[in-house]
Design a protein. Structure first.
Length: 146
């Protein structure tokens, strides 16, 4: 009887060891649960991204405003009846810019009868102001026809 009890106890200890310590035991279950949780988080993020992209595709297919927004941000589009101002950072204050553009537009209105397009100063490849233009403010204005 004693041998039977000791053998049963040994079997239980071996099974418990296998359950808690071995590579295919509880450690593996916990690791797999962590992996599943990580993958579910990633899937949620990807689903949100897919929803956003799907909405953007639908908007681009159906709506003119999304195409116009893309043209403005990516290609620098300016509407026919809009004014575009480009000011180099730190070179001119907003008030001074308004005064410069107004003066240029007023002098041009007198010469051309109202149509005005200010020349864009020379710029380098990376759209930074040319060093020769450092003393002059970089102001570009495009005024469409009324």
């Amino acid at each position: 009887m004693r041998i039977l009890a000791l053998s049963l106890l040994a079997i239980v200890v071996l099974l418990q060891y296998r359950l808690w310590v071995s590579d295919s035991g509880m450690r593996e279950v916990w690791r797999l649960r962590r992996e599943v949780a990580t993958q579910q988080d990633l899937n949620t993020q990807l689903k949100d991204r897919n929803r956003t992209l799907t909405a953007e595709v639908q908007d681009l297919k159906k709506g003119k405003s999304a195409i116009e927004e893309r043209a403005r941000t990516d290609l620098g589009m300016v509407g026919s009846n809009e004014t575009f101002f480009q000011v180099a950072p730190g070179s001119v204050s907003a008030t001074k810019t308004k005064n410069i553009v107004a003066a240029q537009q007023n002098s041009s209105d007198a010469e051309t009868g109202g149509a005005y397009e200010a020349p864009v100063h020379n710029q380098t490849q990376n759209n930074a102001p040319n060093t020769t233009d450092a003393a002059r403010p970089l102001v570009s204005a495009h005024v469409g026809s009324p």
